[in-house]
Ligand binder design. Structure first.
Ligand code: T1G
Length: 696
């Protein structure tokens, strides 16, 4: 008895339905059962044509990634061949998504009929692999080399109309999909065949002269948009094989490249990241049926960079926003920035001026708190000053409606202290967005001592609605992301005092994969912001503890980063950074005055001291319970701090290096640099127990 795939007979059409919730992943069992249904349909004289479709919300969203994670090679070739060589027309009826192995299965059919709103794609590079079920061989034959390269190198899905125009699908159905597909299939059957096989279509494969510039451009694009990632380049290689080898040989070449990718550290890291990002939504005490408060309107206090970006994030998904600032000029500047950002997006063709108009119309600037009493959610986004925030929370408490949620965008301050300024601590939560808030996917959802389960559930659902990743964290100074960032930035500053230059530190971290170097991030966010965080955390330092020497000097000199053209680096009018000899001299002098011996420092030490500082603090956070899982910490760094996806996040990276080795290096750093490098007890325990997995 099949568990996942069924064959139904419908007026001469054999309807094969794949039902493997939630996304009909093509697991080994599903592939086997589908093959059996095809064989049955082939031998049933009553059946003149076959329609294959998915049950529930989508067609097939790919091979089962949990099987791939075990480096199990999916065996799909026999199913694909059975489809393509069936002596009856096979029509793939696609709704929702046909991704990865799902599109590859679809392309093995003779025809593809798609519902409006469906998307198709080869997103395998997002998992550090390439299409492994003949997708790199059939797609260029259906859509041409250029389109196939675009889809496999970027991994971005395309819409039904684009897929139709590209020749990937045959028809977009506006009415009932099964109806439309069955009719299409019977028409094809009536034609008597032969029915088109993508594997035999060579007319779009181009000539070596035509293709050479395409492959060169695709390799350049792969290196640029997916820096240091191997899979996109392997995908280009596989498509190249499609243009130079017969189908069967090209498919063998693809399978070899696929196997190579599947067994790579990058694929392990990116599959970890895939599941970790989905796991963050599973929070103990928050069940699928936990009550969620309705959020139909939002109000924001503070129209600075963060307030403005947050307003855009809500307006972009259709939620009206009121925004106020006690400084009318700041409110005006904030609205001008919002408008400028939208104008830039229209200019880049992201959406139309009409859409811009709709979004702008949802953002209502105002002075004072009129109407704030109607808002379902009020977010305070003023600069980091506890006293000011407490005053604002007390004022909001007086006007907010009982069902309203009061949230703070603070990046470091104590949520319980803010909640204590209200009479409804259960409705108080931290919603820590990342700059630019209309772009960055991460939202740290800070759970206070009294924050209600319904408020956490509401925040998680809201993050999904904003197309962001909400990660629930505990209420400690700096929460998770920024708390780990402090030792990371501390080490970077110590490294330059000991002999490296800010430029060399940034280059080493960038080459290792970080989206930006630590000093470039400081300069972008503003040295004044880092200075304020530094001041706010001074009380955490032990007496006599070594602290960075130069940041305060830069602040005192008005070197605030990009916005003043000078920070750790120097910036030209296009904000292009370059090394600043004045800062290097300033650092040398500060080190000399502090009696610090300077020496040559290599990239490996730079990377290890910065990344292991992250890991060590992450381990403390985990054992103190301020993060639910190591995967949550990884997701925070991957979606909020520019950590390279192909390294899986700091905690995953440490488990790949091996806890014993990370611990050994940390002990060496403690030996040389002191107690700041005291290894986290959890890390010491795992290293001693020779374990390489963080506790679940
Ligand atoms: N395998 C296993 N589980 C999957 C899965 C998959 N392919 N896709 C999704 N899930 C689970 C996910 O973990 C979550 O589980 C639930 O489904 C809902 O997902 C041979 C080798 C389809 C766009 O890369 O992009 O085919 O947390 O929360 O936001 O060449 O899921 O509920 O327990 O993301 O609506 C290629 C991956 C595979 C697509 C839906 N395919 N999936 O998004 O839901 S490699 C992909 C997605 C391959 C072949 C190769 C998205 C989605 P849980 P969700 P969503």
């Amino acid at each position: 008895m099949n568990r996942f795939v069924t064959l139904a007979r419908r007026d001469g059409v054999g309807v094969i339905t794949i039902d493997n919730p939630p996304v009909n992943a093509l697991s080994r069992a599903v592939a086997e059962e589908a093959g059996a249904c095809l064989a049955e349909a082939a031998s049933d004289a009553e059946i003149r044509a076959v329609v294959v479709m998915g049950a529930g919300r989508t067609f097939v969203a790919g091979a089962d990634i949990s099987e791939l994670q075990k480096a199990e090679l999916p065996e799909l070739h026999s199913l694909l061949s059975a489809c393509e060589n069936l002596p009856k027309p096979v029509v793939m009826a696609i709704h929702g998504t046909a991704l990865g192995g799902g599109l590859e299965l679809a392309m093995a059919g003779h025809y593809r009929v798609v519902a409006v709103g469906a998307q198709v794609g080869q997103p395998e590079v997002n998992l550090g692999i390439i299409p492994g079920a003949e997708g790199t061989q059939r797609l260029p034959r259906l859509a041409g080399v250029a389109r196939a390269l675009e889809m496999c190198v970027t991994g971005a899905p395309i819409s039904a109309p684009d897929a139709l125009a590209a020749g990937i699908i045959d028809k977009v159905v506006t009415s009932d999909l099964l109806e439309g597909a069955a009719a299409f299939a019977l028409e094809a059957a009536a034609s008597g065949g032969p029915w088109p096989k993508a594997s035999e279509r060579n007319e779009k494969l181009g000539t070596p002269e035509q293709n050479a510039p395409l492959f060169a451009a695709a390799r350049e694009q792969a290196s640029r948009v997916r820096r240091n990632q191997t899979a996109p380049l392997k995908a280009v290689e596989a498509i190249e094989a499609a243009t130079t080898l017969p189908f069967a040989e090209g498919s063998r070449a693809e399978r070899a490249l696929f196997a190579e990718c599947l067994r790579s550290a990058q694929a392990r890291a990116m599959m970890h990241a895939f599941f970790a990002e989905r796991e963050v939504a599973k929070v103990p005490g928050i069940e699928k049926d936990t009550a969620v408060r309705e959020i139909a309107s939002v109000a924001i206090v503070g129209a600075g960079t963060m307030g403005g970006g947050i307003a855009m994030a809500f307006a972009n998904v259709g939620i009206p926003v009121r925004i106020t600032d006690n400084d009318p000029a700041a409110l005006e500047r904030g609205m001008a920035t919002i408008r400028r950002n939208y104008v830039n997006s229209v200019a880049r063709g992201r959406f139309t001026a009409e859409v811009m108009g709709e979004r702008m119309s949802r953002i209502r600037p105002q002075s004072g708190y009129d109407g704030f009493g109607e808002a379902d959610l009020i977010i305070e986004a003023v600069f980091e000053d506890l006293a000011l925030k407490k005053t604002i929370f007390a004022a909001l408490n007086a006007i907010a409606k009982p069902s309203s949620i009061l949230a703070s965008n603070t990046s470091t301050l104590n949520i319980d202290e803010l909640a204590a300024s209200t009479s409804c601590p259960a409705s108080v939560v931290g919603l820590h967005f990342f700059s630019p808030a209309n772009v960055m996917r991460l939202v740290e959802i800070v759970r206070g001592r009294d924050t209600g389960a319904d408020v956490i559930a509401t925040a998680l659902a809201l993050a999904k609605r904003l197309k962001k990743v909400g990660v629930v964290v505990g209420n400690c100074p700096g929460f998770v992301g920024n708390r780990m960032l402090l030792p990371y930035m501390r080490e970077a500053q110590f490294l330059v005092e000991e002999g490296a230059t800010p430029w060399a530190v940034d280059q080493a971290l960038y080459d290792w994969g970080m989206a930006m170097g630590v000093f470039a991030v400081d300069d972008m966010a503003g040295i004044d912001v880092a200075w304020r965080v530094h001041q706010a955390h001074k009380h955490l330092h032990e007496p006599g503890e070594r602290t960075p020497l130069v940041l305060d000097k830069l602040y005192d000199m008005g070197r605030l980063g990009q916005k003043t053209g000078r920070g750790w680096h120097r910036y030209d009018e296009n904000r292009k950074p370059s090394p600043d000899p004045e800062v290097e001299a300033l650092i040398e002098q500060a080190a000399r005055d502090a009696g610090i011996e300077r020496r040559a420092i290599g990239d490996q030490e730079i990377v290890e001291r910065c990344i292991y500082a992250l890991v060590n603090e992450g381990a403390r956070i985990l054992e103190e319970g301020f993060a639910l899982r190591a995967g949550d910490i990884d997701t925070i760094y991957l979606t909020g701090y520019g950590f390279p996806i192909y390294r899986g996040g700091p905690m995953w990276y440490a488990s790949e290096v091996g806890f014993a080795e990370v611990h050994r290096r940390i002990c060496e750093f403690r030996q040389r640099h002191g107690e700041l490098w005291e290894p986290a007890p959890l890390l010491t325990r795992l290293a001693n127990e020779r374990k390489n997995q963080w506790p679940a």
